[in-house]
Design a protein around this ligand. Structure first.
Ligand code: J5X
Ligand code: AKG
Ligand code: FE2
Length: 371
């Protein structure tokens, strides 16, 4: 069941696509609907255009005695890092991957049984941000909010328990890891989990369980002109991403460095900070712009745990980080409110809630934006 509160954000602004879902597995020539033109624009260069950048994102051992400090640095300089020693069992990750592959390899008419409706959050379809682009992305997605049971029972009426058990076990592991990461990230800002009431809050209402996004990128006949997932920042606190051993994820790192490919690191999970963490940290932690490219021969699957706050909480810069010299940069908003703002303004969402402080001599948002 999708969340009444969170999906309200979308009800006000339903996803409106003029294109029908295309079965990418049967396409031999890149159709015009999926052919992107990459201008010589710094944020929008061709996905393969920048292989010269060999810098790689930090790899952080969560058991390292300096993990807190290392994570703080990574959050300030990158907004993304690889986490190792995260304690999520490898066989569980493999099982979720298999479950995802099983789902995406179903015939299209079956996947459409669980198609995401324009104003709902969960189900099968193109990613929500598709409505901001005239071209379609070379990917298909499946969003799970809370229990996957309703959808799984439609896909596999006689055999859905295994899928549900695997997903639910993974959600549980992800929730624990997100909580551990929150402790480290806040700790590095000089704030404890106890200082922020909602962080350790026990169970959410049943109808708003943890959210998981599965993304499938089939092999593409013309990868240099296609886009797996267009550049965006995540509207969450943080995302925990697992990519199969095929590269595709890139993060944008300021004007000088440009796009950096996040090479899959065996056993690691990618931790990406979202817009809400940028707000909580009063702008000191980055929410990196990222995108995914596709390739000619290999199928790529990513699974992303979307970690957000309880829906009733107003997110604003942590009071401990704000004083006369460091005025709050953003006005408070609940997650649901913010999703609504994002659904309307996309890359301008943060600017929309940015406060104009008398101390500030610039009206520029310091998060990275698309031109
Ligand atoms: C809780 C969220 C966060 C959402 C919207 C809603 C449910 C699905 C998430 C994603 C997942 C895929 C990329 C993205 C950009 C998209 O289009 O759908 C994400 C978006 C966001 O981070 O903005
Ligand atoms: O597939 C990827 O690597 C990126 C996915 C992503 O950014 C998302 O789901 O928000
Ligand atoms: Fe993302």
């Amino acid at each position: 069941m999708s969340s009444p509160l969170l999906s309200d954000a979308f009800r006000a602004r339903p996803l409106n696509l003029n294109h029908k879902i295309v079965d990418l597995s049967s396409v031999e020539i890149l159709p015009d609907s999926h052919a992107w033109t990459f201008e010589a624009n710094k944020y929008n260069s061709s996905c393969r255009g920048n292989m010269s950048n060999l810098e790689s994102i930090p790899i952080i051992d969560l058991n390292d005695e300096n993990a807190k400090e290392l994570i703080g640095l990574a959050c300030k300089n990158w907004g993304v890092f690889h986490a190792i020693n995260h304690n999520v069992p490898k066989n569980l990750i493999d099982e979720v991957e298999l479950a995802g592959e099983r789902l995406f390899s179903l015939p299209m008419h079956q996947k459409l049984l669980v198609e995401r409706t324009p104003n709902s959050m969960s189900g099968y379809g193109v990613v929500r941000i598709s409505s901001f682009f005239s071209k379609l992305m070379w990917s298909e997605g499946f969003t799970i909010v809370g229990s996957p049971l309703e959808h799984a029972a439609k896909l596999w009426p006689h055999d859905y328990h295994k899928f549900c058990d695997t997903i639910e076990e993974y959600q549980k592991e992800m929730k624990n890891l997100a909580s551990r990461l929150m402790g480290l990230m806040l700790g590095s800002l000089g704030v404890t989990k106890d200082d922020v009431k909602w962080v350790g809050a026990k169970d959410e209402p049943k109808e708003r369980g943890p959210a998981l996004q599965l993304n499938s990128y089939p092999p593409c006949p013309d990868p240099n002109r296609a886009m797996g997932m267009a550049a965006h920042t995540d509207s969450t606190i943080l995302n925990i991403l697992h990519q199969s051993n095929t590269s595709g994820l890139q993060v944008f790192r300021g004007d000088n460095t440009g796009w950096t490919t996040v090479q899959p690191h065996p056993g690691a999970l990618v931790i990406l900070l979202g817009d809400l963490m940028h707000i909580l940290s009063n702008g000191s932690y980055l929410n990196p712009l990222h995108r995914a490219f596709v390739n000619l021969t290999q199928h790529r699957l990513s699974m992303v745990y979307l970690h957000g706050p309880p829906s009733s909480v107003k997110i604003s810069p942590l009071p401990q980080l704000v004083d006369h010299h460091n005025p709050p940069l953003y006005r408070p908003a609940t997650w649901s409110e913010y999703l609504g703002i994002k659904a309307q303004y996309f890359d301008k969402a943060l600017t929309t809630i940015r406060l104009r402080n008398e101390f500030m001599d610039t009206d520029d948002d310091d998060s990275v934006k698309i031109d």
